[in-house]
Write a protein that binds this ligand. Structure first.
Ligand code: GLN
Length: 476
């Protein structure tokens, strides 16, 4: 039996039935990590001892017939911007290279409480800014499907950890597509639920009104299962109201493909989309139609400005969020200063990478007294217009469908300009701008690179995306 190929729910069942031990399972993953992670560069920290200790504890509990949590028998990796108590949390930045988290994020607490086995902290773009993991201080994570290509980003390590069979599930974060796009690039399912579904407490903030924890796995069932555990309101995060539609057995609230009203944004017709992505998408639409879905193109005018609005608003939130990394509170401190001014400037110049600096500069400019009216306020207005436009589409449609990314995983040595890279997020950033959920489900053809198809439900109706994803999974 090849344990590491199984989904999380499958390993759990084997464990509960007594067919395998958790120790056996953890050793199988650790062996694979030892074999392949040197080449792929997925983990920043492997939590070998903790994973072994937890596995042993679970094996003993089962032996004695003690109650086991909902995650018992499932091995999980965690993006390195999510706090795990007493474990290094770097956000893939030199700034936090030796920072050890003194507490657990709420999502970590929930997983631990349900007996998940955490196997390690995985690579990402520095502070989650990027789409390739190439902006990590620890170097790029290669795509297990094709190691000459990126695994995507910013949760590239999360996607690669599941695709490389280092674990069954990974937690990522998604501010503008960082769960969905790497899932698409690595042939996995990845979902970011509606904003406010899951607590952000203990998750390093990039842009608070956009950030949301998401789950990557090999199957929609796994993703749904873990989201149902993570969902829930939280007093530590005032924007977190929970999301009942993520509880299990809500399928009755969702429509099946027969009669489903599907909208495709018409930018898809004009935007440059790679041939293999276009083909996979058209194939998906044909499949949905054959099952009785009614599909039509819709015009969403504000999408033309989505990338611009996203970068103005996100950078406006990033700049103040990054101000806490000042060399004094915590993290890296330069050893070369004579006064406080030099301490700040040198610490931040030496501690942050290029992309983070670029965003801090743009964000500070945008938020300055002289420019905030021109950029920030107008973009906020546009964000509201976009929400209204999407809401009116949802009045007559159940879901919006588009590719997750206009390209398949890009080659590692491809050197696109920052703006070219930003443009590739066209299909994912609107979801975070309007605060709804989005799931990427793989359309994987033999001998071809994976393509992700994205399903966007109305805000708070995440079960509809999950239900549709289940019907597409394995059929497209
Ligand atoms: N690629 C997007 C960006 O660079 C999204 C990042 C994210 O979702 N964390 O901003």
């Amino acid at each position: 039996m090849n344990l590491i190929q199984k989904t999380g729910l499958e390993t759990r069942e084997l464990f509960l039935k007594g067919d395998i031990t958790c120790s056996e399972l953890v050793e199988a993953y650790l062996d694979k990590i030892k074999r392949d992670d040197g080449e792929l560069n997925v983990f920043i920290t492997v939590m070998e001892d903790m994973a072994r200790a937890k596995a042993k504890e679970l094996d003993e509990k089962r032996e004695k017939g003690e109650p086991l949590g909902k995650m018992a028998g499932i091995v999980v990796s965690v993006k390195d911007n999510i706090a795990v108590k007493d474990v290094r949390m770097t956000c893939a930045s030199k700034m936090l290279d030796d920072f050890v988290s003194p507490y657990d994020a709420i999502v970590t607490q929930k997983l631990k409480r349900e007996d998940a086995i955490l196997i390690g902290k995985v690579n990402m773009d520095e502070f989650a800014m990027g789409s390739s993991t190439k902006y990590s201080y620890y170097g790029v994570t290669k795509n297990p499907v094709d190691p000459t290509r990126v695994s995507g980003g910013s949760s590239g390590g999360s996607a690669a950890s599941v695709a490389a069979e280092f674990c069954a599930i990974s937690l990522g974060t998604d501010t503008g597509g960082s769960v969905r796009q790497p899932a698409a690039f690595c042939g996995l399912v990845g979902m970011k639920p509606s904003h406010g579904s899951i607590s952000r407490y203990g998750v390093a903030s990039m842009a608070n009104t956009f950030d949301q924890v998401g789950v990557l796995a090999k199957s929609v069932d796994d993703v749904e299962y873990v989201l149902s555990i993570l969902e829930g309101s939280d007093l530590h995060d005032a924007t977190c109201i929970g999301n009942e539609s993520l509880q299990l057995d809500r399928e009755k609230d969702a429509k099946s493909l027969n009669g489903l009203k599907v909208a495709i944004p018409d930018v898809f017709k004009t935007f440059e989309v790679q041939d293999e992505v276009r083909e996979a998408f058209i194939h998906t639409v044909d499949f949905m139609k054959s099952k009785g879905a009614e599909v039509e193109f819709v015009h969403i005018g504000s999408l033309d400005l989505a990338i611009a609005i996203y970068h103005i608003l996100v950078n406006g939130e990033i700049a103040p969020n990054m101000s806490r990394y000042d060399g004094i509170n915590y993290g890296y401190i330069t050893d070369n200063y004579d006064n406080i001014e030099e301490l700040y400037v040198r610490t931040r110049s030496e501690g942050f990478g290029t992309e983070v600096k670029r965003r801090i500069m743009i964000g500070s400019y945008i938020m300055s007294m002289d420019h905030s009216k021109e950029y920030w306020e107008q973009s906020l207005e546009m964000r509201h217009k976009m929400i209204e436009e999407f809401n009116s589409v949802f009045e007559n449609h159940d879901i919006i469908l588009c590719p997750t990314s206009p390209t398949v995983a890009v080659p590692i040595d491809d050197d696109m300009t920052p703006v070219e890279i930003y443009m590739l997020d066209l299909f994912t950033v609107p979801v975070n701008l309007i605060g709804t959920g989005g799931i990427s489900v793989p359309a994987t053809k033999k001998n071809k690179l994976p393509v992700g198809i994205q399903i966007i439900p109305k805000k708070g109706n995440d079960i509809q995306a999950i239900q549709t994803a289940k019907e597409l999974e394995g059929n497209i």
